[in-house]
Design a protein around this ligand. Structure first.
Ligand code: UD1
Length: 342
């Protein structure tokens, strides 16, 4: 039987590489598109080493519509997973146009090509950021979205709405938006992982860089929140589990089982973990001590958000499986490999 091919935009990135591995391991072929604006060709080589074969790579900027058209001319596929986007919340506040331009133009180009070439299935990378400071926890897919507090967050909301509109209007189009909670960890081989450029914004890369001695001290943003230990609560999802949620969503789209043409799923563990808990678990799992201090709250952070994952569990038949301590060990193994620490 011919293998189904999946186009993976941003496939050299953190979630993209892990998803490419999961797809190939599940029997799909992948075509990766990436312009390496925030990733390295070595990431694709990491994927190839893990799966033991070459992976098709198109070095194309998805904002370049004619170049993207070439990809659609050269490859036959029914499904795209669109990861390619900028994701730094703070930068999006100071450079909104950069974010609207890149994240929305690339996305519209993908959608236009899918429509023009009659390719039906679109899986979009959304984020728990759409829930903002939710009134009820855990959040379900029915929990109302809150007005976005950053251009980055706004691009996620707008992109969800665009997909919804397209699926309603174009009969051949089906869409799934996966709302990721906080992806962490790395592949167990340590051949792929998260590699932020510059000072990390996210908690776990900051933790591992502090452990590696690249950062002197980890700042815990806020210890006076109305939470059990005063620090924020988040739902940390292993990136390999998250990758498998994409495989489940692709299977749902390609099997024709979707009940509505546009569906949304939360992808998290359902377990809230505080910043302090995460630090302690990281220290214990890896047998080391972190230098950290409590500082002021970070603007824009919500006190708590975690997922109700019932829908993904029941409809996608997917659930988070990896143990948090193993995940935190994988983060450290990856950092050590990247920094040549034994
Ligand atoms: C952030 C973004 C979110 C985006 C997601 C993916 C914000 C407000 N939200 O989520 O929109 O979808 O990343 O990249 O930026 N923390 C520290 N010290 C640090 C870093 C983080 O204490 O050095 C704390 C934060 O206050 C937060 C938790 O760790 O409570 C997780 O932070 P982070 O990893 O940045 O993720 P989010 O803010 O949840």
């Amino acid at each position: 039987m011919m293998k189904e091919t999946v186009l993976v935009s941003g496939g050299a990135g953190y979630i993209g590489t892990h998803t490419a591995v999961a797809l190939i391991e599940a029997g799909y072929d992948v075509v990766i598109i990436d312009n390496f604006s925030n990733s390295e060709p070595a990431a694709v080589e990491g994927v190839e080493k893990i799966v033991g074969r070459k992976v098709c790579l198109e070095e194309v900027d998805t904002c370049d519509k004619e170049a993207l058209r070439g990809v659609f001319e050269r490859h036959q596929f029914n499904t795209v997973i669109h990861f390619a986007a900028y994701k730094a919340v703070g930068e999006s506040m100071s450079e909104p146009l950069k974010y609207y331009q890149n994240n929305l133009v690339s996305y519209m180009n993908i959608l236009e090509m899918m429509k023009e070439y009659g390719r039906p299935n679109v899986l979009f990378s959304s984020s728990a950021t759409v829930y903002g400071d939710a009134e009820q926890l855990p959040v379900t897919e029915q929990t109302p979205r809150q007005p976005a507090t950053s251009p980055y967050g706004n691009t996620k909301q707008i992109a969800e709405d665009i997909l919804h509109d397209c699926c309603r209007a174009y009969e051949g189009m089906r869409g799934i938006a996966l709302r990721y909670f906080n992806p962490i960890g790395a592949h167990q081989s340590a051949l792929i992982g998260e590699l932020p450029r510059g000072v990390p914004n996210n908690l776990v890369p900051f933790i591992t860089q502090t452990a590696a001695g690249i950062r002197e001290c980890l700042s815990v943003f806020g210890s006076d929140y109305d939470t059990p230990d005063g620090t924020c609560l988040r739902d940390y999802i292993d990136v390999n589990d998250l990758a498998k949620a994409h495989v489940a969503a692709v299977a749902r789209m390609t099997s024709g089982k979707m009940e509505q043409r546009y569906e949304i799923f939360n992808v998290g563990t359902g377990n809230p973990v505080s910043v302090l808990d995460l630090i302690t678990r990281f220290e214990k799992a890896n047998g080391l001590k972190l230098n950290y201090k409590m500082v002021e709250r970070r603007a824009g952070d919500v006190p708590a958000v975690w997922a109700d994952t019932t829908l993904a569990n029941e409809v996608l038949g997917w659930k988070a499986e990896r143990d948090l301590d193993d995940t935190l060990r994988s983060s450290w193994e990856w950092e050590k490999r990247v920094r040549n620490i034994s």
